[in-house]
Design a protein around this ligand. Structure first.
Ligand code: ADP
Ligand code: MG
Length: 306
């Protein structure tokens, strides 16, 4: 069986041209560009909680990086570097090969370099743990905060909602399963929204809950029209409003920005739907049906529900 160091060398030691020093020393060395702020975010994925026991390793490699790239997108940051910490109950080389393949394929698409990490063996039978930390750059003052939404702003959603939740229901819908297992982070959209969006977040826990974070942080309310929400074909209202793991962007923008955003949608070949508007006061979120009657909304996912 290969040693810890052989495993690291074989599967995770790749050239990191964007770093002064990558994998192999006690720490990596980075050279952030002048005038940039460093955006840093971490996500931990645990077997049995975030992914099924026996989940495909390549897809997991993709997803573990994708969810972090999505956080960069939601900040308007360009992803640059990542670290990877793995806890594995055994050194399964077929698993490591698949995981690395999925991880590096996505990293290459966005020119993200893996610059370090940690590899530990968990006790026999322990769940696989995958923790990725991502670092990105955003020009000083241009990051997209959750706190920037103002009354009168439009609310926009990229792509479609509810696909990942539909996939989780294991209904045999291959497109929905793909949305769950291999989400597409909206990195380019996030970067293009600098200076356009007033606030942004990515949909990891469910549309209603994630938009709720913008509302809370911004001290505003919102009205959303259900019929305007971009819905994944076959997804029900609960999956659209409260399903997690879609990794679309929800953002707000002044009404004067509508034409610009519509143009951006065409340029990126990515649907951007205007679904509602920000209201004065901390009235929370109201979702209206076609007859403008309020729809009851379930909360999204919470690891420690009250
Ligand atoms: P240390 O003992 O200083 O923590 P390690 O022996 O754990 O160092 O790691 C050796 C090198 O390999 C370090 O540069 C570390 O960042 C890198 N590394 C370890 N595991 C991974 C991994 N899963 N992915 C990328 N780099 C890794
Ligand atoms: Mg270590």
């Amino acid at each position: 069986m290969p040693s810890e160091f052989e495993l690291i060398r074989k599967y995770f030691d790749r050239p990191a041209p964007s770093a002064a020093l990558g994998v192999g020393d006690d720490a990596a060395l980075l050279r952030p560009n002048a005038g940039m702020e460093l955006a840093v975010s971490t996500d931990l994925l645990l077997e049995g909680r975030h992914f099924r026991v026996g989940a495909d390793a390549r897809r997991l490699g993709h997803k573990s990086l994708a969810v972090n790239l999505s956080d960069m997108a939601a900040m308007g940051a360009a992803p640059r570097w990542a670290t990877l910490a793995l806890s594995l109950p055994s050194a399964d080389e077929a698993w490591l090969e698949g995981f690395a393949r999925g991880f590096f394929a996505l990293a290459a698409r966005f020119e993200v370099d893996l610059i370090g990490g940690d590899t530990v063996r968990g006790p026999a039978g322990s769940p696989i743990g995958v923790c990725v930390t991502i670092m990105g750059e955003v020009p000083r003052g241009l990051a997209l905060y959750r706190a920037g939404a103002a009354p009168g702003d439009d609310i926009w959603v990229s792509g479609e909602l509810g696909g990942a939740a539909l996939g989780l229901a294991r209904c045999g819908n291959a497109a929905a399963a793909q949305r769950l297992d291999e989400p597409e982070p909206r990195v380019e959209l996030g970067e293009r929204l600098r200076g356009i969006a007033s606030a942004a977040i990515d949909v990891s826990d469910g549309f209603a809950q994630d938009l709720g974070h913008i509302l809370e942080r911004s001290g505003v309310g919102a009205v959303v029209e259900y019929e305007r929400l971009p819905r994944f074909a076959g997804a029900d209202a609960r999956q659209v409003l409260a399903g997690g793991d879609d990794y679309e962007l929800v953002f707000t923008a002044r009404q004067e920005r509508r034409a610009e955003i519509e143009l951006l949608s065409k340029e990126l070949g990515l649907g951007l739907a205007r679904v509602g508007s920000i209201q004065k006061g901390e009235a929370g979120l109201q979702v209206l049906d076609g007859e403008r009657r309020p729809i009851a909304i379930e909360r999204g996912f919470d690891h420690f529900p009250p």
